[in-house]
Each structure stands twice: as C-alpha cells, then as structure tokens.
Design a protein around this ligand. Structure first.
Ligand SMILES: Nc1ncnc2c1ncn2[C@@H]1O[C@H](COP(=O)(O)OP(=O)(O)OP(=O)(O)O)[C@@H](O)[C@H]1O
Length: 287
C-alpha cells in the first residue's frame, strides 16, 4: 500500500467563501473512495485543487508530486473525468479514439473498442447523435482505457438513468479496478456507490466531516430502532441523528457501547445514506 494523496491544511477561498476549508487528507493506493457531500460542499474545488487546476493554500502531494508545480508530469498517471466534461460533438466515435490515441501515450485503443462493443455506441456514430448516457459510456470507455494509477470521477453519472448508473459502477469495479489503482468518485448517489467503496468521505461547507474505511463503520456507528417508551430513553443518550420509523425512532450513535443500547431495541449498522443525513443533513449542522 502506497500513499497516493497527502494534503495538509488545504484551503481554497473565493472572496469571503471558504470552498475548501483547512482540509487534511490521506489516501492510499488500492482504495475506492466515495467523496460525498451536498451541492456546494466543495467537492469539485477539492478535486481541482488535488489536480493543480485551481490555486490553493496548504501542502499537497499527489503520488509524491506537487500538482501546482508538476501538473504535466502528474497528469501522465492521473485520469480525470469532470462533471462538466464535453465531448467534441462534431466527431465520430472512431475519430475520438484516433484523437486520444494521438495525445495519450498510455491509451489502449483496443481496450476502449472492446468496452464499446458491449454498449450501443458504434464506432461510426456521430457523437452529436448519441444519447446522454451513451456519451458518458464513450467517455468512460476512453477514461478506462488509459493506464492511470489514479482515476478521479466528478459526478460521473449525473443525468443518467438508474440502469446506466448501475451498469457504470459495475463496469468500473469489474473492468477497471484491480486492487492497486485508486479511484475517487464524487457523488450525491450514496446508495449506488456504497457497495463498491472501500472508504467514505463526507464533505460539507468546505470541511471533511468524516473519513473512514467502510469496514470500520460498523465499529463506530450503531443504529438503534426504538419503539414505544424506549424512544425517550434512547433519545437521552447523545446521538448524531434520528429519524421517525413506524411506532418510534431510528437513532444513530457514534462511539456508544452496544451493551448500553441493546436493551432499548434492535441494533443495526446504519446505511451510508442514513449516516450522511445524520452527520451532514440533519445532525451536527442543523442541531
Ligand atoms: N470559480 C468560482 N468562483 C466563485 N465561487 C466558486 C467557484 N467555484 C466554486 N465556487 C463556490 O465554491 C463552493 C463549492 O463549490 P463546488 O463546486 O466545489 O461544490 P460541489 O460540492 O462540487 O457542489 P456540486 O455537488 O453542486 O457540484 C460553492 O459555494 C461554489 O459556488
């Protein structure tokens, strides 16, 4: 396992607004990281700072290089799929493959063609005639055929229907992830990515609220389903969030012993989306 990203005190402001606010971040190779946060949380700005695409304060190294001064070298080993990426609509698909073959030394054209053969994106089709989902598949085919150690996907499935989204993440995991590469996915679609993540990061108002391996979530967080008169007792124990369920409350606790909670109801590990709502949406920030 190798350290891929190391950032300390990373900040980026726009006027009075701290889009990224004093972020410390360590990411190791072989991880699939979900960067999850509401609109305007600072996800894109953080990813852009890691790629040297925006000015920032603090220290940051990506694969041992400072993205601010060594961006060109770094980009030979990093692949970035931006949420605002546009494909050249006037080209045919095969021309887009020609283009990437010409500009990227680590692009494996055959691999991209093999991937496209599993989709409806024919090589002769004009990009302007592709649906939005097919355009994203083409983009993914290009990105996945680049032999990069770090792949950064910013809202990769924005605007796609559920079938495309499911397929996208399956392909990413099965056809691309090899246990050594590192993938960072920024998204709002918590439920869809949670099964492929090794680590989750919650971001809100420029700050990292949580960074944790998926496997250790169950050690630190417990959801209690309390009903009837147990609800009041459960609510008295400090918690990070709660929501109504039939006849009672589902309450999420951090670092509270199971033995204290077990007499009050059924215990489970909270889903990432319920944890996200507790930590970001309705818990800490809004009381
Ligand atoms: N170039 C810019 N100039 C001014 N403000 C900016 C700029 N880029 C981002 N911001 C602001 O910084 C904050 C963080 O934006 P950012 O795009 O990083 O959030 P995000 O988490 O990616 O949001 P979303 O999920 O909506 O894409 C927002 O308040 C945004 O308006």
């Amino acid at each position: 396992m190798e350290r891929i990203i190391e950032a300390r005190g990373l900040s980026r402001s726009f006027g009075q607004l701290n889009a990224v606010d004093n972020v410390d971040l360590t990411i190791n190779s072989g991880s699939v990281i979900g960067l999850i946060g509401p609109n305007g949380a600072g996800k894109t700005t953080l990813l852009r700072a890691l790629l040297g695409l925006t000015d920032c304060e603090g220290t940051v190294t990506v694969m041992g290089r400072d993205p601010r001064t060594e961006r060109a070298r770094l980009m030979q080993e990093v692949c970035f799929m931006a949420d605002t990426a546009v494909m050249p609509r006037w080209m045919r698909v095969e021309q887009a493959l020609d283009y990437v073959t010409g500009v990227h030394p680590r692009f494996n054209r055959q691999q991209a063609e093999d991937f496209l053969a599993t989709t409806d994106v024919g090589l002769k089709r004009k990009i302007s005639d592709l649906s939005k989902g097919m355009t994203v598949q083409l983009h993914l085919a290009l990105v996945m055929a680049i032999d990069a150690r770090l792949l950064i996907l910013d809202e990769p499935t924005l605007g796609l229907d559920i079938l495309f989204r499911k397929r996208f993440f399956e392909q990413l995991l099965n056809d691309y992830f090899d246990g050594e590469r590192t993938i960072i996915i920024s998204t709002h679609q918590v439920e869809e990515v949670q099964n492929i993540l090794t680590e989750v990061i919650f971001m809100d108002e420029g700050r990292l609220i949580l960074q944790q391996p998926m496997l250790s979530l169950e050690d630190d967080f417990i959801e209690l389903r309390a009903v009837g008169e147990n609800v009041k007792r459960a609510e008295e124990i400090p918690h990070v969030g709660k929501r109504s369920i039939l006849g009672g409350k589902a309450i999420i606790y951090e670092g509270v012993g199971r033995e204290l909670l077990a007499p009050l109801g059924e215990l489970t590990t909270p889903s990432v989306s319920d944890l996200f709502v507790a930590k970001v949406g309705g818990g800490q920030r809004h009381g």
